[in-house]
Design a protein around this ligand. Structure first.
Ligand code: NAG
Ligand code: NAG
Ligand code: NAG
Ligand code: NAG
Ligand code: NAG
Ligand code: NAG
Ligand code: NAG
Ligand code: NAG
Ligand code: NAG
Ligand code: NAG
Ligand code: NAG
Length: 414
């Protein structure tokens, strides 16, 4: 009778593991490239129309392949069920002509008080089962001068800060109101604005992609799931100038999110926020290495855009060279309004922070504490804590050191 009992115990443990952490409710495995409907070779002219026509005539379930060389294109729309495959040794370069991206007010590539004047380089909207695949590169050319201008997209972004205005720069990949979308293996670089954003998207897999953009590029977020559910971001290598990942919920809840086996080089954070109005919950971040990432594990909001952030677990994270390795801030930019943020049930398990920094836990008030738990948390000697309105279960030890997290944290990553 011993064996059945053991099996029952194992089964119980598995069920507990399965339900014990918020995560993508789908069973997600490594994606496979779809079959190709047509393969395009580059000419030397603008390729927008040729690629767009091929996407429109491609059968659902198949992909338009771009092969060997450099393609230059303005905005593209990937239809429902169709994918784009950028092959190895192939680059899709965004046009530097702001007029091609303009949404009708002739503001793309200029400053104004609104922002939002440009269409993205690639849009997936109202689609099911579309994706972007391949070992090639998509280059947003943020460092190139805009056509008809003497400055670059990134220079415009810096000008916006000094002028207290909004930039009008294109995002690279924008996914809206869609289901079952996949990004696989692709390398995405030099975005003029966010690299990848999903809004109101249910079922979103980002697997094995690379983002590599200089740390000085403003607003160049890596992957931003917002108002999205059933999201998996795995086996990715992300280095950029702003949040490497930022999960937000300004328009709808973000929930059931798994982030695992990722490596972040430079950037701003593994972030949640700052818009959390509709709530962010059921998020698990496992097996992550942060190397030279400013705010480390970051949850940021304020009473302007706040909401409930809960059931978030960080497990097996190594942080190296971060001035603010863990930051929970309910007063982001000191903006105020009537949407009070609440950060509850945030768990830090098996965390190593190898270099000293300032740890910040700031709740809203004595009646609205930030609630965190810590298990097996090791930080470096000489670290500082800034804690107010926080409840901390468990504790940390100041016994971590080392010159690197090991790259990657485990061989399973890439
Ligand atoms: C999330 O995935 C689960 C499992 O496939 C599914 O039952 C559920 O409907 C999905 N939720 C959303 C919002 O798509
Ligand atoms: C990719 O390009 C490099 C340099 O141009 C070349 O050496 C290599 O053979 C190419 N690989 C493939 C698969 O075409
Ligand atoms: C264009 O400008 C008008 C008036 O300022 C504004 O209402 C509209 O939202 C703008 N459209 C876009 C796409 O920026
Ligand atoms: C969302 O996409 C569906 C098609 O899948 C479309 O029918 C619907 O109008 C879209 N909704 C919005 C708000 O864009
Ligand atoms: C771009 O040109 C404007 C005027 O045409 C000039 O004021 C500005 O300094 C120039 N900027 C750069 C970076 O050359
Ligand atoms: C991550 O990508 C960078 C380029 O962005 C590359 O230099 C580095 O080798 C990659 N890391 C791994 C472990 O593949
Ligand atoms: C995290 O890494 C460990 C050790 O390499 C591995 O056993 C585990 O499967 C990884 N977790 C996930 C979710 O892949
Ligand atoms: C806290 O969140 C974890 C998942 O991250 C969940 O398993 C646990 O039940 C939650 N605890 C409470 C008290 O809600
Ligand atoms: C957080 O987890 C608890 C325990 O599993 C669950 O009862 C609660 O509904 C979760 N909260 C959210 C916002 O999903
Ligand atoms: C902290 O411990 C208290 C009392 O055991 C419990 O009610 C609460 O849920 C715990 N909070 C977290 C974030 O684990
Ligand atoms: C923190 O780390 C820096 C860089 O390694 C070191 O110079 C400094 O002395 C450390 N501070 C403390 C208080 O240990």
């Amino acid at each position: 009778m011993k064996q059945p009992f053991t099996l029952a115990a194992v089964f119980t443990v598995l069920v507990l593991l399965h339900t014990g952490q918020g995560r993508d409710l789908r069973t997600v495995t490594e994606p496979k490239n779809p079959p190709v409907c047509t393969t395009l070779k580059p000419s030397s002219a603008d390729e927008t129309k040729i690629i767009q026509d091929a996407l429109h005539t491609c059968a659902k379930g198949k992909a338009v392949a771009l092969s060997s060389g450099v393609f230059i294109s303005g905005p593209l729309v990937i239809p429902s069920g169709v994918s784009l495959l950028v092959e190895k040794n192939t680059t899709l370069r965004g046009s530097t002509n702001p007029k091609l991206y303009d949404r009708g007010n002739n503001t793309c590539g200029a400053l104004d008080n609104y922002g939002g004047g440009c269409n993205p380089l690639i849009t997936i909207s109202g689609a099911t089962g579309s994706g972007i695949y391949g070992k090639g590169t998509i280059d947003g050319r943020g460092s190139s001068k805009m056509l008809g201008s003497n400055i670059t997209w990134w220079h415009l972004a810096r000008n916006a800060v000094t002028a207290h205005k909004q930039q009008n720069n294109p995002k690279m990949i924008y996914i809206y109101n869609s289901t079952d979308i996949t990004l696989y293996q692709i390398t995405v670089v030099n975005s003029p604005f966010y690299h990848i954003e999903s809004l109101l998207t249910f079922g979103f897999t980002v697997w094995g992609i690379t983002i590599n953009t200089p740390g000085s590029a403003l607003n160049s977020d890596g992957v931003d799931p917002t108002g999205s559910m059933n999201v998996t971001i795995a086996h990715c290598n992300i280095s950029t100038g702003d949040d490497n990942i930022a999960i937000s919920s300004l328009h709808a809840p973000s929930k059931y999110i798994s982030v695992y086996n990722n490596y972040f080089g430079h950037g701003s954070s593994m972030g949640i926020g700052s818009g959390t109005t509709y709530g962010v919950s059921e998020v698990t971040v496992t097996n992550l290495t942060l190397n030279n990432v400013r705010y480390g594990l970051y949850i940021k909001s304020n009473t302007l855009n706040g909401g409930l952030v809960t059931n978030v677990t960080y497990d097996n994270v190594c942080i190296y060279d971060s001035p603010w390795p863990i930051t929970l801030d309910t007063r982001y930019y000191h903006k105020t309004g009537n949407h009070t943020p609440e950060f509850k049930n945030i768990s830090f398990n098996n965390i190593r922070v190898l270099t000293n920094g300032t740890f910040t836990l700031h709740g809203v008030s004595k009646s609205n504490l930030v609630q965190v738990s810590m298990k097996n948390v090791h930080i470096s000697e000489g670290s500082k804590w800034s804690v107010s309105n926080a409840q901390i279960n468990g504790t940390w030890e100041e016994d971590a050191s080392g010159t690197s997290c090991g790259i990657p944290a485990n061989e399973n990553i890439f």
